[in-house]
Design a binder for this molecule. Structure first.
Ligand code: F6R
Length: 635
């Protein structure tokens, strides 16, 4: 039997290892480096590591901390050099990379303080050049970097070497790219607060490391990973320079690797076993390449686009076309909870039980409306027992001025809301006035912000015609206790979701985040659900009959070849969904969230829902106004 090629692809210009999860990938990296540390220890030698910040390396650092705590593993012979630091920024600033490294690694292991180096974001401008040269000298004096860990930005940057950086560049002061600043906006609570500059090791400095491991997780990185690995090196994508390094490797999770040719068009990489999924991907991909609906493809189209083998195996274009047309047609349903008393053999959902218990899990308010507002409405109208659970309140994304306005309103009303007396309301208002945007919120302000977002969720449900009784606000501990990029799931998170599942015993679960950055709120919510569901499956029978439907929720839609259920929306339904989304006022205009993208989230979603409908139309299906779509999760 022919096998799907999953290893060496001639399209990839560098070795790349793909792991089923970021956790597994991070453990492999952590252990590989630990092996070198141990080997050097045995020889009485030091090892020099180049370290990165950002969310990507955090699971590697966690594994090292675990090894240190549980196995007594020592880092006493490690000398470290960090890639970069924002400029100008004081070491003690809550978002400085120096502080990040203390919090995420150094404070928890036995690396001697004097062996740790992070570029200095506090140095005066006139001294910056000299300071950078000294940094280079220190690396050279330490004997050069043995292993360099890298993340990658969506611009293709490594360190803070943005597009345009030369292959020979050295440690220096640089200007940050707009996209990089936008990506950091959430950490700094707004793009305007992100420093404009940074000090970074140069590409040339990085390239001198004896070994380089570039790590990437999550779907958001998939596009740039494909460019860096499969296209000719260019200064537009600084990570592509690594192609000329003799010992560099990309370590990826499946989501970050998902746009590599070995996955998108594996038949171009080698012989494939034509599974139903691959056939569908090939045919729908071909339609988009030649811009034809499915039923108009002819043998010549297949032959000219490297799919002659598929024709040989499956007969003719005519047969293939009809088959895939039917497959796609069967994804469309106006009955997301299943159509009672109908033949369900070719439908995405089962007919029985006619009334299902449905759990919709949103990582924070608004995600549910954007991801499946139209579908929720249908499920309720069609008599299913729907529960919408919000994993977190989303209070971290509420701007201070919203909290202030709410407190002032309370004051004006003479209301003593939330157990606060008039004096303490006044105090909170005063504190908010003095607070720097980057200071952490007091507990009271977080409660106010949570109330704002949960209130918006209620208002949004009302607009959609839903009963308030179906809403649950979980306020999961990982979010209450953490902040962006530093959240951490704990036992109480799993237990909380497990309890909810055991109570509801849902026939259907809708959830997002499966392909998101594993450290994001949606990525963590998905992981918590997966673990809770697995635990229920071990001891109970009902999970065997549960269909888990994944919606996207991150300004992206599923690729058409993966869609298992497409729920069409009429113009009226789409309009109602947009009005419901608009109730999330705190997330519009001046909010830090909105600053992440040029257009607002509701606009992007409306556009995506319409675009999916247009795509179905172009492929030869009926012409709808908009479509919400789902992929069934098969564990
Ligand atoms: C951090 C660094 C950056 C990040 C990159 C990805 O020291 O040099 O290049 O690796 O911006 O950031 P995350 O990991 O947060 O996605």
């Amino acid at each position: 039997m022919k096998k799907n090629i999953d290893s060496k692809s001639p399209f990839e210009r560098l070795p790349a290892s793909v792991f089923s999860s970021s956790e597994a990938a991070a453990i492999r990296v952590a252990r590989e480096i630990a092996d070198l540390i141990r080997e050097r220890q045995e020889q009485g030698l030091k090892v020099v590591l180049g370290l990165a910040t950002g969310s990507t390396p955090v699971p590697v650092y966690r594994e090292w901390i675990r090894m240190h705590r549980e196995e007594g593993f020592s880092f006493a012979n490690v000398v470290s050099f960090n890639l970069d630091e924002y400029y100008p920024l004081s070491r003690t600033h809550r978002e400085s990379y120096w502080r990040f490294m203390q919090d995420q690694l150094f404070a928890h292991i036995d690396i001697p303080e004097e062996q740790v180096h992070v570029p200095n974001g506090e140095v005066g401008r006139d001294k910056a050049f000299e300071d950078c040269q000294e940094y280079e000298q220190r690396i050279a004096d330490a004997g050069g970097i043995d292993i360099q860990i890298l993340g990658i930005g969506r611009t293709g940057h490594i360190g803070f070497n943005e597009p345009g950086s030369g292959i020979d560049s050295r440690t220096r002061l640089v200007t940050l790219d707009e996209l990089t600043r936008r990506d950091a906006a959430r950490d700094f609570l707004g793009e305007n607060n992100v420093p404009r500059y940074a000090i970074t090791m140069g590409v040339g400095t990085i390239m001198e490391a004896r070994k380089i491991l570039l790590l990437a997780w999550g779907r958001a990185k998939a596009g740039v990973i494909r460019k860096a690995l499969e296209e000719a090196p260019t200064d537009h994508i600084p990570a592509s320079y690594l192609q000329s390094h003799p010992n560099a490797e990309f370590v990826l999770d499946e989501a970050a690797a998902s746009l590599l040719t070995r996955y998108t068009e594996p038949w171009r990489v080698g012989f494939v076993d034509w599974t139903p999924e691959l056939v569908r991907r090939a045919v729908l991909g071909l339609c988009q390449k030649v811009d034809k609906p499915i039923l108009k493809l002819v043998d010549k189209d297949y032959n000219e686009h490297g799919l002659a083998d598929l024709l040989t195996v499956k007969g003719s274009a005519y047969q293939l076309n009809i088959h895939i047309f039917n497959v796609l047609q069967h994804t469309i349903t106006g009955w997301p909870g299943g159509k009672p008393d109908a033949d369900d053999s070719a439908r995405p959902e089962r007919a029985q039980p006619a009334q299902k218990r449905v759990l919709i899990l949103a990582s924070e308010p608004q995600e549910d409306i954007l991801g499946l507002g139209g579908t929720i409405r249908r499920l309720c109208d069609q008599g299913h027992e729907v529960t919408i659970a919000y994993a977190t309140s989303g209070d971290l994304a509420v701007p201070d001025q919203e909290a202030k306005a709410a407190l002032e309103l309370l004051q004006d009303l003479g209301d003593l809301g939330g157990g606060l007396d008039a004096g303490s309301i006044q105090e909170q208002i005063k504190d908010l006035g003095k607070k720097d945007i980057l200071d952490f919120d007091s507990e009271t302000v977080r409660v106010v912000k949570a109330a704002i977002r949960e209130g918006e969720a209620r208002q949004s449900a009302r607009q959609l015609g839903l009963s308030q009784k179906i809403l649950r606000f979980l306020r999961m501990p990982f979010y209450r206790k953490g902040h962006y990029r530093r959240f951490r799931l704990e036992e109480e998170d799993f237990a909380m979701l497990q309890q909810l599942l055991q109570e509801l015993k849902p026939h259907q679960i809708f959830v997002s985040g499966s392909h998101d950055d594993p450290s994001s709120v949606s990525g963590l919510t998905f992981r918590a659900l997966r673990e809770a569901f697995a635990r229920c499956s071990e001891s109970e029978e009902w999970p065997q009959h549960t269909y888990v439907w994944m919606y996207r929720g991150s300004g992206e839609e599923w690729p058409v070849d993966r869609i298992d259920m497409a729920v069409p929306l009429s113009p009226g339904e789409l309009n109602r969904k947009v009005i419901a989304a608009l109730q999330h006022r705190s997330q519009h205009s001046q909010s830090p969230n909105a600053l992440l993208e040029q257009s607002e989230s509701w606009q992007r979603t409306e556009h995506l829902n319409r675009r999916t409908a247009e795509l179905y139309d172009r492929l030869g299906m009926a012409e709808y106004e908009a479509i919400e779509c789902f992929v069934r999760w098969r564990s």
